[in-house]
Ligand binder design. Structure first.
Ligand code: IPE
Ligand code: IPE
Ligand code: MG
Length: 230
């Protein structure tokens, strides 16, 4: 296995709104351009041999945005799935959702469930979309599931906790990229990123291109991961 290549990349796709505002365009156009960036990056990750990709698409805090923007985001998601799921099926990419799907608009939820079913068994890559995702609520949900099962204190181990997270069965992200210039995690994968290498770039998500990912991967390859050892 090539240790200079992350097995799992997590991406905080930030900066769509600012990209649009800089052009004097509505934020919706930034999100549309952002969806194009998703397609490019996912294609490149698969070609590069990255086995797990997680995209932060909608946080549990993003419900605080104007209703029209939320509606637009989920309608873009539906369009994206309609176009991409057949290609994902062909390319062996399994779709997975991190987050509470129950609260999503019905049409989006149905399209996601269909996409997950159709791409199940895709063995080349797993694409996780974090939707209505928040790390704190993910951890609270895991804690509740221990209680519901009547777990004893000794049953609560790191391994069994990890099995109750949305990422169960997948390796932790090795590399976390945030575009858009902010240097924060915004409630994303707090448990799983305990030892992720962090990379922040000012490039706005719709502008994130092949060369930007290539440059980020070079930085990753040059990092020394010690996991507490010398
Ligand atoms: C990220 O871009 C996309 C989502 C959060 C859905 P933003 O919409 O946060 O863009 P900025 O940060 O306002 O530029
Ligand atoms: C993080 O971006 C969430 C997603 C990219 C989906 P935000 O734009 O919501 O994060 P904050 O508000 O700047 O922390
Ligand atoms: Mg933002």
């Amino acid at each position: 296995m090539d240790h200079t290549l992350p097995a799992h990349i997590a991406l905080i796709m930030d900066g769509n709104g600012r990209w649009a505002e800089a052009r004097g365009r509505p934020r919706a156009e930034g999100h549309r351009a952002g969806a194009e960036a998703v397609r490019r990056v996912v294609t490149q990750c698969r070609a590069t041999g990255i086995r797990h990709v997680t995209l932060y698409a909608f946080s549990s805090e993003n419900w605080g945005r104007p209703k029209a923007e939320i509606r637009h985001l989920f309608s873009l998601l539906g369009e994206f799935l309609g176009r991409e799921v057949p290609l994902m099926e062909e390319k062996g990419i399994a779709l997975n959702v991190l987050g509470d799907m129950a609260a999503l608009p019905l049409a989006a939820r149905a399209a996601l469930e269909r996409g997950i079913r159709r791409t199940a068994g895709g063995g080349d890559m797993t694409l996780n979309l974090a939707l209505n995702y928040g790390a704190r609520s993910e951890l609270a949900r895991a804690a509740r599931s221990f209680i519901l099962e009547g777990a004893r204190p000794e049953d609560v181990t790191e391994q069994r906790l990890a099995e109750r997270l949305y990422t169960a069965g997948q390796p932790d992200p090795d590399f976390l990229i945030r575009t858009g210039g902010e240097q924060r995690l915004s409630n994303f994968l707090l448990y799983q990123c305990a030892y992720a290498e962090l990379y922040f770039t000012p490039v706005l998500w719709p502008d994130f291109r092949e060369e930007d990912l290539r440059a980020a991967l070079e930085v990753y390859a040059a990092r020394s991961r010690r996991f507490g050892k010398i």
